[in-house]
Ligand binder design. Structure first.
Ligand code: M6R
Length: 595
């Protein structure tokens, strides 16, 4: 959580920093700030507001070096004093920090005893004071390096020091990337925040520190100066602009047809990776998935697909609840799924599984993420950067990747594979059809917006989509939504049903259809408004439901993908109708780097 940025070069630093911070706001947005090196000292401006409001208050400053921060409070409430940057006495050193420091109290007490005065409740504030203290006996470069070696915990840090035309950075356990320009360097928590400025990036590893000037990058790895490796990123895959859409969430949903096409294009590479895994494991005999939030709901798909189609027992575990009690046996594979690859709970579970003898595969949208680095095998979903806090195209890309794993498995017969591929290839056009018929979703969203609660139900493969639909609804429309396996309704939730609690049913046209229709009749008997997401021309459903959102016909096994798009759009338009801040819902951050 929290986004950090930095700039050194020939441009006005304040303009660049505000611009990058706006792209990093998905990481936290309860307060923000920037610090700039000026001839007469360091100027800090910060407040509990959004970046564009801070920018409006700020009077332009002629400075070419600065750092910036957008916060999701962990240590200390969201107040102006706790907002970053934090500075030392007399603002000689300023620091921005993403992460949480362990055991900082003794260090703080020691600094107080040495005469340092603290202005905030944050753990971060010890860093500028430590640097300043170190500078009494050494150069600024050494002082920063020593301070970053002293602090413990997870951090990505950028620092500036008065009278030094340098930008200092370092990291352990939190992401940090340097963007390389011509006579300028950028720093950010992720590369997409810098996509407008450069496509050349240096991804820092844990315990790396670097000293940047406009024309040089000194990188220290394990204390030794090391030649930095510059990676070139495809601009299209790093694009984080709105391109005329009112919200990133809508833009990202509209990228979903492209995500399916990309997944299909990569199928041969995935088959090669799977063959390697299969060979290393002597055949996959058991799968354990590890994930949180929407990624967990995506992972639930594997629990249905792998046993049904491949006969491989599969267990889906929440990263935050994983008890690493069972030892991995020969042939057991742990698959950790995370859009960001930085979710603390998922990484912890993945590392525990690995330590327990599981081979670890990571499915992530961020190639150089911590999760990717911890894994034995990595599959990168190429959904492109996702800015909206509510995950949409990345969830679809994870589900598509899991389908691809099934399709790529050597035990699937050629005939079955070809048949499934034909259906898979039709999905992008079918998703576009859903976009063309969005009016019915908008009108249901207008109706839904007046309720306080809603229940999603489904059976079988669409049950994870019911859970995801309910999560999306809570997250951005602030309507209390619950997802249930339809058969479970009568085991308790029935007590809630009535005119005030609409039920949204995802209808699967498979072996569960008849039982689901029975459940829908039971719902109607309790007078709950019924909204059905169903295939066209289903008279039984249109007679039963108060509203029907139709989806194009596909093979039942692939229906979750189309239904996913519908539940995402329904949550989006409900949130829009309520006037909510769709991309930045209250109290949330996109990347959850704390347990
Ligand atoms: O980056 P990850 O996929 O590991 O994130 C997991 C969850 O935090 C995430 O899916 C969260 O639930 C989303 N905000 C849901 O839209």
């Amino acid at each position: 959580m929290c986004g950090i940025t930095g700039y050194i070069g020939y441009k006005n630093a304040d303009k660049v920093l505000f611009d990058c911070l706006k792209r990093l706001e998905y990481r936290g947005y309860d307060s923000c700030g920037i610090a700039l090196v000026q001839s007469d000292g360091i100027k800090v401006i910060k407040d509990t507001c959004r970046v564009k409001e801070l920018e409006a208050k700020h009077k332009k400053v002629n400075s070419k070096i600065g750092i910036g921060h957008t916060r999701w409070a962990t240590c200390g409430e969201p107040t102006a004093a706790n907002a970053h940057p934090h500075s030392s006495c007399g603002d000689k050193v300023a620091v921005v920090h993403n992460g949480t420091l362990d055991q900082f109290i003794p260090l703080k007490e020691d600094l107080i005893n040495k005469g340092h005065v603290f202005k905030s409740e944050t753990d971060t504030e010890i860093i500028p004071h430590l640097i300043e203290e170190n500078m009494k006996t050494m150069s600024a470069d050494d002082a920063v390096k020593k301070a970053l070696g002293t602090i413990q915990g997870a951090f990505a840090v950028a620092a500036i020091v008065q009278n030094e035309n340098k930008l200092y950075v370092g990291k352990v356990g939190c992401p940090l990337v340097i963007g390389v320009g011509d006579s300028e360097c950028y720093v950010a928590s992720d590369s997409s925040a810098l996509s407008k400025y450069t496509n050349r990036f240096i991804y820092l590893k844990d315990h790396d520190t670097a000293v940047l000037t406009p024309d040089s990058i000194k990188l220290f790895r394990n204390g030794k100066e090391t030649e930095p490796e510059i990676e070139l990123l495809d601009k299209n895959l790093n694009d984080a602009e709105l391109h005329g859409y009112p919200h990133f969430m809508l833009k990202e949903i509209h990228e979903e047809p492209r995500v399916i096409t990309t997944t299909i294009d990569d199928l041969d590479d995935l088959a090669t990776l799977l063959a390697t895994i299969d060979k290393d494991l002597g055949g996959i005999r058991m799968i354990k998935t590890l994930a949180c939030g929407s990624s967990y709901y995506a992972s639930l798909m594997m629990r249905y697909l792998a046993p049904q189609i491949l006969g491989i027992p599969t267990f889906a575990e929440l990263g935050s609840e994983y008890c690493s009690l069972t030892k991995g046996q020969k042939g057991t594979l742990a698959i950790a799924i995370s859009q960001s690859g930085e979710t603390a709970d998922t990484i912890k579970a993945a590392k525990a599984a690995k330590a327990n003898g599981y081979k670890l595969m990571a499915i992530t949208n961020v190639k150089n993420s911590q999760l990717a680095r911890a894994a034995d095998y990595v599959w990168t979903t190429k959904a492109g950067p996702e800015v909206s806090v509510a995950a949409t195209k990345t969830v679809l890309s994870q589900i598509a990747a899991l389908y691809s794993l099934i399709l790529a498995h050597p035990s699937l017969s050629k005939l079955n594979k070809e048949d499934a591929m034909d259906t898979f290839r039709k999905l992008p056009d079918q998703i576009n059809k859903i976009f063309e018929n969005v009016d019915s979703i908008i009108s249901v969203a207008s109706y839904l917006a007046d309720f306080k609660d809603a229940i999603y139900i489904a059976r079988g493969l669409n049950y994870p989509i019911a859970l995801e639909g309910a999560l999306k609804l809570k997250e951005i429309s602030y309507i209390h939504g619950e997802g249930y396996a339809a058969g479970e309704l009568k085991h308790g939730p029935f007590a809630l049903l009535g005119k005030e609690v609409p039920v949204i049913a995802i209808v699967s046209h498979d072996e569960n259809y008849d039982s689901l229709v029975t459940n829908l009749r039971e719902v109607k008997t309790r007078q709950a408004p019924l909204i059905a997401i169903s295939e066209e021309n289903d008279l039984t459903i249109s007679n039963l439901a108060d509203y029907v959102i139709t989806v194009p016909h596909t093979k039942p096994i692939l229906s979750p993908i189309l239904n996913l798009v519908v539940v995402q759009l329904l949550a989006y338009y409900t949130a829009v109708k309520k006037g909510n801040p769709v991309d930045f819902p209250r109290n949330l951050a996109k990347t959850v780097t704390v347990e």
